[in-house]
Design a protein around this ligand. Structure first.
Ligand SMILES: *Cc1c(COP(=O)(O)O)cnc(C)c1O
Length: 380
């Protein structure tokens, strides 16, 4: 089956009792057993649930993986992967990872003896230099949040193979519609399904997809032992969202390209970062490994913090919101919102300047998005 067909068809079977084309939500905690020592494959929803199983089958197929294991959030998905390691183990990570991921690494997992080194993984030689004898995994986000750095997955996977370490990819910004990390050598693919996969700002969820039975067993064990599982209703809503993933990603990418070009021409904008623009430092890698450039744009306003605040407060249609990857266009100002607590010197050292704005371009008519940005930029 082709990718778009898999999105609509895999996992989602009509209800055998009524023929309902949309499968029911198995909103149940437990299952009655036919007899002691037997079951119909389900015993308790923390361990397994038919609605979740359908979503897992679907998500595995989208990325071309053998096993998908769903969690209650993107964060609990990353956490489940990291629980594979022991005190003293070392992980090399992209430096511009999602804020929640670096918080999990630095403030929780490092207390349990895991060691982390952050490198700019858009330069693969940085990854190679950071690998140590106790390194167990290379963890890459591409494109990154919020600077949209792109990592050459084939190059980094060659390093991982050479060094004998696992290679995990947080592919949330690209989705399987635009990027297939397994085809480029990844061992583990993770998504926050909260974003493009569910796509409508309707749930919080995450998934880890793997090829090996050993990693699947690890993830299933964490899923049932820790219990950070998504509700059956959330799984069902995610499945509905995924059916339109390919056409949404096409529109997100098309709109974002037009918005990026508009911003690049604007007087009040110092620079624009979008993987689809020739000016993006890794544009060629992005064009080689992705089949579209997704909907995320980062740009720098010449007027710094005051300009950023005015721009965000002046948007009429575009939503002032911290999330991304949904049908609605959303705008964020990291200096005063997501990264307000990061000390200024550290924020600047990470490239998160005062005038930085992150835009998650939605699927509205692009002329409405452009008109709103234009009137808000006039004031900024
Ligand atoms: C949102 C996000 C996460 C965390 O996912 P939640 O569903 O919010 O827990 C992790 N990585 C990336 C790239 C994200 O965008």
């Amino acid at each position: 089956m082709k990718f778009d067909t898999r999105c609509v068809r895999v996992g989602s079977r009509p209800d055998p009792t009524t023929g309902a084309i949309v499968p029911p939500i198995y909103q149940t905690a437990t299952y009655t057993l036919p007899e002691v020592g037997t079951s119909k494959g389900f015993d308790y929803t923390r361990s397994s649930n038919p609605t979740r199983a359908m979503l897992e089958e679907n998500l595995a197929a989208l990325d071309g993986g053998r096993h998908a294991v769903c969690f209650a959030s993107g964060m609990s998905s990353v956490d489940a992967v990291l629980r594979k390691f022991d005190p003293g183990d070392h992980i090399v990570s992209s430096d511009d990872v999602y804020g929640g991921v670096s918080r999990l690494f630095n403030r929780i997992l490092s207390r349990y003896g895991l060691e982390f080194t952050y490198v700019d993984s858009s330069k693969p030689e940085n990854v190679r230099e950071a690998v140590r004898p106790n390194t167990k995994m290379i963890w890459v986000e591409t494109p990154t949040n919020p600077l949209l750095k792109v990592t050459d997955l084939a190059a980094v996977s060659a390093i991982a193979k050479e060094k004998g370490v696992l290679f995990g990819v947080d592919s949330t910004f690209a989705t399987p519609a635009l990027l297939r990390p397994f085809e480029l050598g990844a061992d583990i693919v993770m998504h926050s399904t909260t974003k493009y996969l569910s796509g409508h700002n309707q749930i919080i969820g995450g998934v880890v997809i793997v090829q090996s039975d050993e990693l699947r067993d690890h993830l299933r064990f964490i899923q049932k032992s820790v219990g950070a599982v998504p509700s059956p209703f959330d799984c069902w809503l995610t499945m509905l969202g995924i059916k339109t993933l390919p056409i949404r990603m096409e529109r997100h990418s098309e709109n974002a390209m037009k918005v990026a070009r508009f911003l690049e021409e604007h007087d009040k904008v110092a620079w624009v970062r979008y993987p689809g623009l020739k000016s993006h430092p890794q544009h060629e890698v992005a064009a080689k490994q992705m089949s579209g450039f997704s909907g995320m744009i980062t740009f720098e306003l010449k007027g710094g913090i005051p300009s950023g605040k005015t721009l965000l407060n002046s948007c009429r249609m575009i939503s002032l919101a911290e999330s991304l990857g949904a049908v609605e266009t959303m705008i964020t100002h990291p200096a005063t919102m997501t990264h307000a607590e990061v000390p200024v010197a550290e924020r600047h050292a990470r490239g998160l300047t005062d005038g930085l704005v992150r835009l998650s371009v939605g699927i509205e008519d692009v002329s409405d998005i452009l008109a709103d940005l234009e009137q808000a930029l006039d004031k900024a």
